[in-house]
Design a protein around this ligand. Structure first.
Ligand code: FAD
Length: 504
């Protein structure tokens, strides 16, 4: 009898035991199981992934290793390119089957295709499962006539045809097949940040791991009234001690929480509660936004860039390095904007509306810098940084795709004030302004010199002056956006006429 040895690859996601169909597939008839995670050098670079997200990942790996150990198995962490590391170990360990979760991201698709080719050459069976999303994005597109739905309404119409998403699968058995043992395991442990070339420690308050995710899910959903009444975009973006939303996003990103489990638990609550909010504003609606954007990103060419994208408005953004740097480094001189950017830097998470404000400010609102630059900053610093969701929301906020009301701009002064008139959020994330009186906390440059001196914060010395005059630039930018939209219409009309002339 041939020994069946399965390799269950966790990639960057699916870092859990619950609702893990790939793991169940891997143990079917297997005498040995090697659960591996491959630390791909493409991601492990400080310029690509900030310390907070990497730390969240390492915590998640350590937690998964403990859970696997409790079941007689272990997590083996490979370090190197998957297309080199996996062939090495499947040869060394005599692996006959490779199981992993479908990843729809651009980089992952190319990587996985290459790994599958190598597996085929080596005679290793490959088995993949959809479990990072509620639905198979290809099936969503197929039910939409072959292309991804590009409005939430159209997406909901497809979901109505598809029916509810699959339920979570059963937990794995209490004992898993053994993997490599003894000296063979040495060198495959979860590395430290320092070992990966990250000299600093994480500063985020949010911790990674399936155990944390399940505890947070239970805690968030324990208040059933809150779940039933959840309504986004209502909620206080300045609440940082107890955030106004679930903060399950980094767990959904790394798959320490299954979106199907989250969905199923929500449905149980909504069945009990007669009155509840509905998509797009409810919590189920939030999971549908995630799904909607995954589908659009996976199946739209050049989704992550303006050039060549069939859905992105072509806008001649300014190439203003100084503006970009000031925004990125939280020194625009607008305390509400800078405080949000400081929360990003220290915690790697901000409320959805806070993200709206800084994204609008960088792009069409104030600085007129390309959404791709802001997206890259978020991608580096967010603990939930997720290519599809991130690009999609930047496309939205910059009025480049999905949303086109460019005249609706967030004020960097009055918007935050509505929620937090005393500026507690600003004082926490920008301690230099902690003694500024309430009256000036959102506009410190308007404080008389004596007030600035008493607050030990001289604007221009201790805290920057505003980088632009919001009222003036936002008006001018609306005209520029209008012109860019009009130029886009002319360009596509010309393309249609040119196409018609070429037609036989
Ligand atoms: P909740 O409100 O509790 O929602 C539950 C889950 O629904 C979230 O965890 C998330 O998975 C999903 N969700 C909620 N809102 C959205 C949305 N607008 N789009 C897609 N999925 C959503 N979210 C990310 O997960 N990764 C990103 O890289 C990311 N980048 C963003 C960039 C910008 C410019 C903006 C405006 C938003 C971005 N978001 C991103 C979406 C959203 O802000 C976060 O998902 C949300 O704030 C996470 O907090 P939460 O888990 O408490 O959300």
């Amino acid at each position: 009898l041939q020994t069946r040895r399965s390799l269950s690859v966790r990639g960057r996601k699916g870092l859990r035991l619950h609702d893990n169909p790939s793991l169940l597939r891997a143990i079917e008839g297997a005498e040995r199981l090697h659960a591996v995670f491959c630390l791909d050098p493409w991601f492990i670079r400080p310029e690509a992934v900030g310390v907070n997200r990497l730390s969240f990942l390492l915590e998640s790996l350590a937690d998964l290793h403990s859970s696997l150990q409790a079941r007689g198995s272990a997590l083996l962490v490979l370090r190197g390119k998957p297309e080199e590391e996996l062939p090495r170990v499947w040869q060394e360990w005599g692996v006959t089957r490779l199981c992993f979760e479908v990843d729809t991201e651009e980089y992952a698709r190319t990587r996985d295709l290459r790994v599958c080719e190598l597996a085929a050459q080596a005679g290793v069976d490959v088995s993949t499962c959809v479990s990072h999303t509620l639905y198979n994005v290809e099936q969503v597109a197929a039910r939409n006539g072959g292309s991804p739905p590009l409005t939430y309404k159209a997406f909901e119409a497809v979901l109505a045809k598809l029916g509810p998403p699959p339920l979570p699968v059963a937990d794995p058995p209490a004992r898993l097949p053994p993997g490599v043992a003894g000296s063979e395991v040495i060198g495959y442990g979860v590395p430290t940040l320092a070992e990966l070339g990250y000299p600093l420690q994480a500063t985020t308050v949010f911790k990674g791991g399936e155990s944390v995710a399940l505890a947070r899910l239970a805690d968030q959903l324990s208040d059933k009234g809150w779940v039933a009444a959840f309504e986004k975009p209502k909620g206080d973006p300045s609440a940082f001690i107890k955030p106004a939303t679930t903060v399950l996003s980094p767990h959904l990103k790394f798959g320490t929480l299954s979106c199907r489990l989250f969905y199923a638990r929500l449905q149980q609550i909504l069945l009990e509660k007669k009155q509840h909010t509905k998509p797009p504003v409810s919590l189920v609606g939030q999971l549908f936004w995630r799904e909607f954007f995954y589908c659009a990103a996976a199946l739209t060419p050049n989704f992550h860039r303006m050039e060549g994208s069939p859905i992105c408005r072509q806008i001649p953004w300014d190439d203003n390095e100084e503006f970009y740097r000031a925004w990125d480094e939280a020194r625009t001189g607008y305390p509400w904007i800078d405080a949000i950017m400081m929360q990003l830097r220290t915690q790697g998470w901000m409320h959805h509306l806070a993200r709206h404000c800084v994204a609008c400010f960088l792009t069409r609102g104030d600085l007129y810098v390309s959404w791709e630059r802001g997206r890259d900053t978020f991608d580096r610093l967010l603990i939930d940084g997720d290519p599809s969701i991130n690009s999609a929301n930047w496309l939205w906020l910059s009025a480049s795709a999905f949303f086109h009301q460019f005249h609706r701009v967030y004020s960097p002064i009055t918007f935050g004030k509505k929620y937090d008139p005393h500026g507690k959020y600003i004082r926490h994330f920008l301690p230099v302004l902690k003694d500024m009186p309430d009256k000036y906390i959102y506009e410190p440059w308007t404080a008389p010199p004596a007030v600035q001196a008493a607050a030990k914060c001289i604007v221009g010395t201790d805290y920057p002056r505003p980088i632009v005059d919001h009222a003036a630039v936002s008006r001018a930018n609306m005209v520029r956006m209008k012109d860019a939209y009009a130029a886009g219409r002319v360009a596509s009309a010309k393309a249609v006429i040119a196409g018609a002339k070429r037609a036989p």
